[in-house]
Ligand binder design. Structure first.
Ligand SMILES: Cc1cc2nc3c(=O)[nH]c(=O)nc-3n(C[C@H](O)[C@H](O)[C@H](O)COP(=O)(O)O)c2cc1C
Length: 289
């Protein structure tokens, strides 16, 4: 299989199949300053909500032997601050930017998208109907295909830009959710968000995260994501963007073999901001063999 190295998804065109995953590179400013965008085909920002959110109380990150638990809880400055203070600084950003959007109601998702349309900086949106770390909305939406379709349809009515819906692996039927996103008019689905996880100190019975559970990410999850990407890409006609377990160029190519048009790299970037450049260089080497 020869992978497409300059993927087109909906109306958006990317510089490489490697995208930086939401929440692991903020709004891209630090990674831009560090000069670490080489190899990145595009970047997905931190979740943006209608009102500013402080997120969950610390501790909201915990290391485990094989992976990372996070329960950030969609901390962000709110859509107005993003429009006025953040996006103007991303003018001329070296790769396409997708804004990750979250909300407590279907109307809130649409309102955030609608307001962001006033900026010309980003190429599209990723609707986060799958956050495992909030009380309202989040993955509670993603497990209900009817709601996934409604959220997608409303957001679709506000924009002609790229619209991807990020699905949850935590309960519900991801195939039904993907079909619902397609029916609602999504250009793509992102498969998938983090897996619900928890760490407890067995001596004290205390959870490592303030909220108890969190989202787990680890290279060990790759086969779980490969299976979901493979299943979803056979169920829907729209492109699948893989997210989860991509630590190496081989993993990116495996996810593309399963049917992904592009692959997000997340926790790996937290560990090493220059990983996308390395993964991309290796990927080019592997496909030219
Ligand atoms: C610290 C952290 C924060 C995250 N924040 C978000 C977020 O705001 N919105 C979202 O859709 N996904 C968020 N994610 C999920 C990632 O975008 C990605 O889907 C997930 O980590 C799986 O990919 P990986 O195995 O490459 O890390 C976050 C992940 C981490 C580790």
């Amino acid at each position: 299989m020869k992978p497409e190295l300059l993927p087109v998804i909906g109306p958006a065109r990317f510089r490489s199949p490697i995208l930086l995953a939401s929440g692991t590179c903020g709004y891209g400013l630090e990674i831009l300053e560090a000069g670490a965008l080489e190899g990145a085909g595009g970047l997905v920002t931190k979740a943006t909500t209608l009102e500013p959110r402080e997120g969950n109380r610390p501790p909201r990150i915990a290391e485990t032997e094989y992976g990372l638990l996070n329960s950030i809880g969609l901390a962000n400055p709110g859509v107005e601050a993003v429009i006025e203070k953040v996006l103007p600084r991303l003018e001329g950003f070296p790769c396409p930017v997708i804004v990750n959007v979250a909300g407590d109601t279907a109307g809130e998702f649409a309102e955030v998208v609608s307001r962001l349309e006033s900026s010309g900086v980003h190429c599209g949106y990723e609707l986060n109907v799958s956050c495992p770390n909030v009380e309202n909305g989040g993955m509670a939406f993603g497990v209900l295909p009817r709601l996934v379709e409604e959220i997608t349809r409303l957001a679709r009515s506000r924009t002609a830009r790229l619209l991807s819906v990020k699905l949850t692996p935590n309960g519900g039927d991801i195939l039904e959710a993907a079909a619902a996103a397609e029916a609602g008019g999504a250009d793509a689905v992102t498969v998938c968000n983090t897996f619900l996880g928890m760490k407890i100190d067995w001596r004290t019975g205390t959870a490592a995260l303030s909220r108890g559970t969190g989202g787990y990410s680890s290279p060990a999850l790759l086969p779980l994501v490969v299976a979901r990407v493979w299943q979803v890409s056979r169920r829907v006609g729209i492109p699948v963007i893989a997210s989860g377990g991509a630590w190496t160029a081989e993993a990116v190519l495996e996810l593309m073999s399963a049917g992904a048009r592009a692959v997000q790299v997340g926790t790996r970037v937290l560990r090493d901001p220059f990983a996308p450049a390395r993964i991309h260089a290796k990927l080019l080497e592997l496909v030219s063999e």
